[in-house]
Each structure stands twice: as structure tokens, then as C-alpha cells.
Design a protein around this ligand. Structure first.
Ligand code: ZN
Length: 133
């Protein structure tokens, strides 16, 4: 079952300057920063009430975030939803005809299990589902 929006992911070119910008916007520092070598990104998470904003910068030109920035520029990159049981949701979504980028969950920021759906099957919106371990 989909629960709340976990976070909105924003693709940025320069994480440090975007962290400064969003720190001014929210009036606080990020709650968590992390580099994810397998996804070739570094991230900063700001908790905002019941949800979060995740800033993501690519650390390598082959990162999907680099390709996104080239095509679309900086801006909203994905919407992430908390699910109870990510394996069950992936099976349900596949059965319902959605195209999965990740057939199996992988480790995302802060040790959560995450999987992405292809935006071609979701009206152009990259959707992430995540389950806390
Ligand atoms: Zn995310």
C-alpha cells in the first residue's frame, strides 16, 4: 500500500550551493547528507514537516541524474512514496502494467530500500517507492 509522500527529489548541478539555497529557504541546515557511489550521486535531505526534500547532484557523467540535467535542467526529478512492503508493491505494479526500472529493490539514501518506476508509464513522472528497513 502507498502511504505518504516520503520526499520530493530535486536534481541540482551543485549540491553545496543548492544546500545553501534550501537552507535559506527552510531556515535550517539539511538533516542528512550522503554519497551513494552505486547510484553515482550525492544527496542532502531536508525534513519538512511529515515529508522531506532531497537534493541530488550527480558525481559522474554516466549517472542518470547527469542525463536528466542535460535533457531537462535543474528541477523536480522524482516523487518518492513510502510503502509498507516494497516487494509486494513491485509485484502488484508490474502486474498492473507499470514499467519498472528496478525489478528488485536496492539500497537508497539512509539505508532505505528503494525502487523506481519508469516515467514512460507514469505520465512523465519518475516515481520512487521506498521502505524503511
Ligand atoms: Zn529519492
Amino acid at each position: 500500500m502507498f502511504n505518504k509522500v516520503s520526499h520530493i527529489g530535486i536534481a541540482v548541478k551543485d549540491l553545496q550551493s543548492s544546500m545553501d539555497l534550501f537552507s535559506r529557504l527552510f531556515g535550517k541546515k539539511p538533516d542528512h547528507t550522503e554519497e551513494l557511489p552505486d547510484q553515482k550521486v550525492k544527496t542532502a535531505m531536508f525534513t519538512v514537516g511529515p515529508s522531506s526534500i532531497e537534493l541530488t547532484q550527480a558525481t559522474d557523467p554516466s549517472s542518470p541524474v547527469s542525463r536528466f540535467l542535460e535533457k531537462r535542467g535543474e528541477g523536480v526529478h522524482h516523487v518518492s512514496f513510502v510503502v509498507d512492503d516494497i516487494e509486494r508493491e513491485l509485484a502488484r505494479l508490474k502486474g498492473a502494467g507499470f514499467e519498472l526500472i528496478d525489478e528488485r529493490p536496492r539500497i537508497g539514501a539512509d539505508g532505505t530500500l528503494v525502487a523506481f518506476l519508469h516515467p514512460q508509464s507514469t505520465n512523465g513522472v519518475l516515481i520512487e517507492i521506498s521502505q524503511k528497513q
